[in-house]
Design a protein around this ligand. Sequence first.
Ligand SMILES: *[C@@H]1O[C@H](CO)[C@@H](O)[C@H](O)[C@H]1NC(C)=O
Ligand SMILES: *[C@@H]1O[C@H](CO)[C@@H](O)[C@H](O)[C@H]1NC(C)=O
Ligand SMILES: *[C@@H]1O[C@H](CO)[C@@H](O)[C@H](O)[C@H]1NC(C)=O
Ligand SMILES: *[C@@H]1O[C@H](CO)[C@@H](O)[C@H](O)[C@H]1NC(C)=O
Ligand SMILES: *[C@@H]1O[C@H](CO)[C@@H](O)[C@H](O)[C@H]1NC(C)=O
Length: 512
Amino acid sequence: MKLFILVALFGLSIAQHNPHIKQGRTAIVHLFEWRWADIAAECERFLGPNGFGGVQISPPNEHIVLNSPWRPWWQRYQPISYNLCSRSGSEDELRDMITRCNNVGVNIYVDAVINHMCGASGGEGNHSSCGSRFNAGTKDFPSVPYSALDFNNNKCKTSSGDIENYSDVFQVRDCRLVSLLDLALEKDYVRSKVAEYMNKLIDMGVAGFRVDACKHMWPGDLEAVYGRLQNLSTVWFPNNSRPFIFQEVIDLGGEAISAREYFHLGRVTEFKYGAKLGTVFRKWKGEKLVFTRNWGEGWGFMPDGNAVVFIDNHDNQRGHGAGGASIVTFWDSKLHKMAVGYMLAHPYGVARVMSSFRWDRRFVDGKDQNDWMGPPSNSDGSTKPVPINPDQTCGDGWVCEHRWRQIKNMVIFRNVVDGQPHSNWWDNGSNQVAFGRGNRGFIVFNNDDSDLDVTMNTGMSGGTYCDVISGQKEGGTCTGKKIHVGSDGRAHFKISNSEEDPFVAIHAESKL
Ligand SMILES: *[C@@H]1O[C@H](CO)[C@@H](O)[C@H](O)[C@H]1NC(C)=O
Ligand SMILES: *[C@@H]1O[C@H](CO)[C@@H](O)[C@H](O)[C@H]1NC(C)=O
Ligand SMILES: *[C@@H]1O[C@H](CO)[C@@H](O)[C@H](O)[C@H]1NC(C)=O
Ligand SMILES: *[C@@H]1O[C@H](CO)[C@@H](O)[C@H](O)[C@H]1NC(C)=O
Ligand SMILES: *[C@@H]1O[C@H](CO)[C@@H](O)[C@H](O)[C@H]1NC(C)=O
């Protein structure tokens, strides 16, 4: 009987590790701060047709609206209620977006902020995205409703009420994260309001959640909340599908709280992945690509089945969160494309691509004074739409890394090689490496100063392939380099590091 219960519980939680991505798709993209109307259009015109599996959206619930600084991106991480109107749009627009994305095979994952409400100094009034009244001073959020009773008050033992010592797990979980009013998730009532919010989104058709700030919540409390979640809507997902859960736990090692504590509940963000791969591509600390032969668990990362991986995220691309200076972002576009390419070619983890907006970086003593800046916006603070240029790039400050040919084509590469083993490794002992995915794909990187000019075994069937980095297959012809693979699977590659993109990738569907 005990064994039976164990098996049942195990089965339930393992299910929450499955992103329920549609057949033939593998990767997801974070459309950070995009409006729902733009995401709906992007699903139909770009993400669906190009094989993207899902979108992580910004928090859809009501949030504080701040004037100083002016409408920062992080105001969305300060909930006022679970009403579904935010800087990205209304509840109707959200519902329309979820439906339209689902209709073209693209899942929606919601960024769920359930650890806290707004900051203690958030003031009072109705400066909130739906106009709900609240009082941060008295911890009154009538639109949920939450009152002072629903927060961790005396449970926190620091004099400031904030987390002061990250080595003290009680502080990290019972005190306020940078003064954000900390919800008492041990209370049945709080759990029920959070679950009600998440279930409403499940009813609307979302596939799961990126759960914010999980380090700051007790695993047992999260388990209780997740346990109240319904299965996914059978309009779009198979019967008995658990919502996909991936938890933000920043664990670069050496802290009191480890990512491992959350493995049984869902997947976890593997922050070591982008921090380390950034160090490798930057060639810092003596790192070289040759050392990535055993990339993944071999590098001390979490088990494959637990990991969500990414090169940068909305926090660490602007110095927030963790990872440090090694993180490669769109600001270092050449290295970023290579690192994202490496991630998408490699089998480890569920891969998430970042899609950013530009801001006016201004460094003083190595610190970006404008790391708070919100998305491209109009003078009234409303978020600007994402215009698509004739060359398919985005305008008005939206970076759209996911539309860059190299990244989009590597998303397709990952789909084509799905399920194939990491194979046919080659390296030159330094920063020139190559690997394949069975007989379905092969990728070669030159991150050294000297040219790469080598013939190697690709594991692919003989024929001529189109390199999907320098170009792509269009109507039977190749707009980039052509790679000839002999009947013995060997091919010659020549890559100069001075090229715009010093890497080459071919796959079964880029065969001419
Ligand atoms: C906030 O309250 C004021 C005064 O009651 C009202 O005029 C205004 O429309 C409200 N703002 C929103 C966004 O509801
Ligand atoms: C922080 O917490 C840890 C664990 O409780 C404790 O050992 C350490 O002394 C604390 N540090 C300070 C500065 O209070
Ligand atoms: C899903 O469940 C419903 C209701 O129990 C049932 O009618 C339907 O046949 C099931 N579908 C599949 C594919 O099993
Ligand atoms: C939800 O799905 C799980 C399996 O993933 C199943 O055990 C459970 O009975 C389902 N719950 C409902 C209410 O259908
Ligand atoms: C590998 O790359 C290094 C660094 O550019 C270069 O010096 C070396 O000659 C290359 N080795 C081989 C075996 O090609």
